[in-house]
Design a protein around this ligand. Structure first.
Ligand code: ATP
Length: 254
């Protein structure tokens, strides 16, 4: 299968004065076209550091990240990648959804004559077309989250980085956002998802990368992680949450 993302031996050492801290020791994994991969691990495992390096916000101490075969730190042109960290911030509250997206389309260097169609395309995907001319300040949390995803989709990226995409949303809205994520993957977009919600990971992830202490502890499907945990019930298979809880002590930093 074609790999859209390939992360090779990432290491990140933070230096604060005399002190150094190895946030990432050795992190390698891949994401194929149309695959949803979830980074899972306890607080401090290195998820944000890994995503920030892939997104180009942090420079690794060593190691490489390839998107579509291009090494991102040396690429002359940034490969097409959409990043959504979500949250309440990031948009002009007094401007409409369309106006906000036009601003980001400019930043993404989408040619002016293509912007209108591109903005309509992404608004359609996230089901915000009917509120395109409403001010973002009036949006609910769920609508704002959808707009974050729309922004990340501008320019038709091959890879999406989604951080906690349904955090703080009610069950129904969270489900509709998950359906959108599944739809995107079924259309060939590769997705790296970070989430602390086990049911979300269970519902979405084709594969899980289990991080602990800055290292990849295991990679595999939900079933692989359940098998690895050796948690078993007589009447039903273990859930991902039960399996994760059994493995968690091994993932924590000493
Ligand atoms: P969480 O689930 O809490 O978001 P995480 O898995 O995303 O955790 P990171 O934020 O990547 O973990 O942090 C990995 C480790 O690196 C943590 O121990 C953190 O304290 C440390 N760290 C992160 N940023 C810095 C920094 N700028 N300087 C020093 N240490 C840092």
């Amino acid at each position: 299968m074609e790999n859209i993302l390939s992360v090779k031996h990432l290491k990140k050492t933070y230096e604060n004065g005399q002190q150094t801290f190895n946030a990432l020791v050795d992190v390698s994994f891949t994401i194929a076209k149309g695959e949803i991969v979830s980074l899972l691990g306890p607080n401090g495992a290195g998820k944000t550091t890994t995503v920030s390096i892939i997104g180009g916000y942090l420079i690794p101490t060593s190691g490489q990240v390839f998107v579509n075969g291009q090494e991102i730190t040396t690429a002359k042109r940034r490969p097409r990648m959409g990043v959504s960290f979500g949250g309440e911030l990031g948009f002009y509250r007094n401007a409409t959804a369309k106006q906000n997206l036009a601003f980001f389309a400019d930043l993404a260097k989408i040619p002016y004559r293509q912007q209108k169609a591109e903005i309509e395309r992404v608004l359609e995907i996230v089901a915000l077309k009917n509120v395109a001319n409403k001010k973002v300040g009036t949006f609910s949390k769920g609508m704002t989250q959808r707009l974050h995803i729309a922004r990340a989709l501008l320019g038709q990226p091959d890879l999406l980085l989604l951080d906690e995409p349904t955090s703080g949303l009610d069950v129904e809205i969270a489900k509709s956002i998950r359906d959108t994520i599944k739809y995107l993957a079924s259309n060939g977009i590769s997705i790296l998802l970070t989430s602390h919600t086990m049911t979300e990971v269970e519902a979405l992830a084709d594969r899980i990368v289990l991080l602990g202490s800055g290292k990849v502890f295991a990679t595999g499907s939900v079933d692989d992680i359940v098998n690895l945990s050796k948690v078993d019930h007589i009447d039903r298979p273990a859930t991902l949450e039960e399996s994760y809880l059994a493995l968690a002590p091994q993932l924590r930093r000493n």
